[in-house]
Design a protein around this ligand. Structure first.
Ligand code: SER
Length: 306
C-alpha cells in the first residue's frame, strides 16, 4: 500500500488531489503538507517544501512512498517576484528529486505547464516536442524543471512523472496568481455582480481544463505502467480551449445579461506568448489520455458550484 505526501496541499490542485487520493487509498495513507496548514484536515503537516532536511525526516518517519510536489509561484505573481519564484520553484523540485535519487521514496509527481512554451512555439496544436522559449520566470522554471526531471530519470533511474497543465478551472480552492485565473474569476463575478472586467483581451485563446479532468489525468499517468511511457520531461495534455469572449457567451446561457468589459493588463503579454491549443497525441498513445469535459459541461459545473 502506498503512503502519499502532497506538498502544496492547500493550493488549487492540492485541495482536490488530497480528497481524491484519500477516497482511493484511505484517509490515513495520504498526508497533506503545506506551509499554510491551518485549513488542512488530518493527517496533515506544516512544512516548507524547499526544506530538504525536514522532508527527509518526514518521509522516513512516516514511510512515505510517493510525493506529489505541487508547490510553485505561478506566472503572474512570479513576474512580480522573479528571484523568489525561481528559488521556490526550483528548490522545491530538487528537494523531492533528491529524496527519490536516494531511494527514500519510489515515485514523484511534479506539474509543468503550458507556460513552458513561448512566442516561437507553434501556437495551434503545439507538438509534444517543439521550440520552447518561455518568457516568464515561471515558464523558465517549468522548462528547466522538466529537463531536470528527465535528467534524474536518465541518470539516477528516478520515476518522476509530469504533465504540462493547461489553465485549470475549479471551484474548490482559489487559483494562485496565474494568467488563466480570469476563467475562474468570471464565474464568481457573474454570480455576484452579473458583470466582469476581464484582464485579457476578448480574443485571447488559451488551453484550459476542468479540474476533474486534470486530477484524472494525473492519476492515470501516475498509475500507468512505466514501460508504456516515452516522455520523461512532461506530457502535453489537452482539455478545451476558448477565448474570454467564447467563455462569456457560454456563461450567458446561465446569466443572459452578463456585462463584459475588457481591460487587458500585464498578463496579456504573458498569455500572448502561450499556445492556443496543444497536441496531446503522445499522452493518448502512451497512457490512453482522453478529456471528459467540453466547454458547456465545464460552465454548467462551475455555475452549479461556485
Ligand atoms: N495556470 C497557470 C498560470 O496561469 C499556468 O500553468 O500561471
Amino acid at each position: 500500500m502506498e503512503k502519499v505526501l502532497i506538498l502544496g496541499a492547500a493550493g488549487q490542485i492540492g485541495t482536490e488531489l488530497v480528497n481524491t487520493l484519500r477516497a482511493t487509498y484511505g484517509n490515513d495513507q495520504v498526508i497533506a503538507g503545506d506551509l499554510l496548514a491551518a485549513n488542512l484536515s488530518e493527517p496533515c503537516i506544516q512544512i516548507d517544501a524547499t526544506d530538504e532536511h525536514a522532508l527527509r525526516e518526514l518521509v522516513t518517519k512516516e514511510g512515505v512512498t510517493v510525493v506529489y510536489q505541487l508547490v510553485a509561484m505561478l506566472s503572474a505573481t512570479g513576474e512580480k517576484l522573479p528571484e523568489k519564484a525561481w528559488a521556490l520553484n526550483m528548490q522545491a523540485l530538487f528537494a523531492v528529486l533528491n529524496l527519490a535519487k536516494d531511494q527514500l521514496i519510489k515515485q514523484v509527481f511534479w506539474p509543468s505547464s503550458i507556460a513552458a512554451f513561448g512566442p516561437n512555439t507553434p501556437t495551434l496544436d503545439s507538438p509534444q516536442m517543439t521550440v520552447m522559449d518561455p518568457t516568464t520566470v515561471y515558464g523558465i522554471s517549468k522548462l528547466s524543471g522538466e529537463l531536470w526531471c528527465q535528467y534524474y530519470h536518465d541518470k539516477y533511474g528516478v520515476d518522476v512523472r509530469s504533465i504540462r497543465y493547461p489553465g485549470l478551472i475549479s471551484w474548490g480552492a482559489e487559483p494562485g496568481g496565474g494568467t488563466t485565473d480570469y476563467a475562474i474569476d468570471i464565474f464568481r463575478s457573474a454570480k455576484k455582480d452579473n458583470a466582469y472586467t476581464c484582464f485579457l483581451a476578448e480574443d485571447t485563446r488559451l488551453p484550459m481544463m476542468h479540474m476533474d479532468d486534470a486530477i484524472r489525468a494525473t492519476l492515470e499517468l501516475m498509475n500507468a505502467p512505466k514501460e508504456q511511457l516515452s516522455i520523461w520531461t512532461s506530457y502535453n495534455v489537452s482539455g478545451v480551449d476558448f477565448t474570454p469572449f467564447e467563455l462569456a457567451e457560454a456563461l450567458r446561457k446561465h446569466y443572459p445579461d452578463l456585462a463584459m468589459r475588457y481591460a487587458p493588463d500585464f498578463r496579456q503579454a504573458i498569455a500572448s506568448t502561450w499556445p492556443q491549443r496543444i497536441d496531446d497525441s503522445q499522452a493518448r498513445l502512451d497512457w490512453g489520455w482522453q478529456p471528459a469535459y467540453d466547454l458547456s459541461d465545464l460552465v454548467q459545473d462551475m455555475v452549479e458550484h461556485v
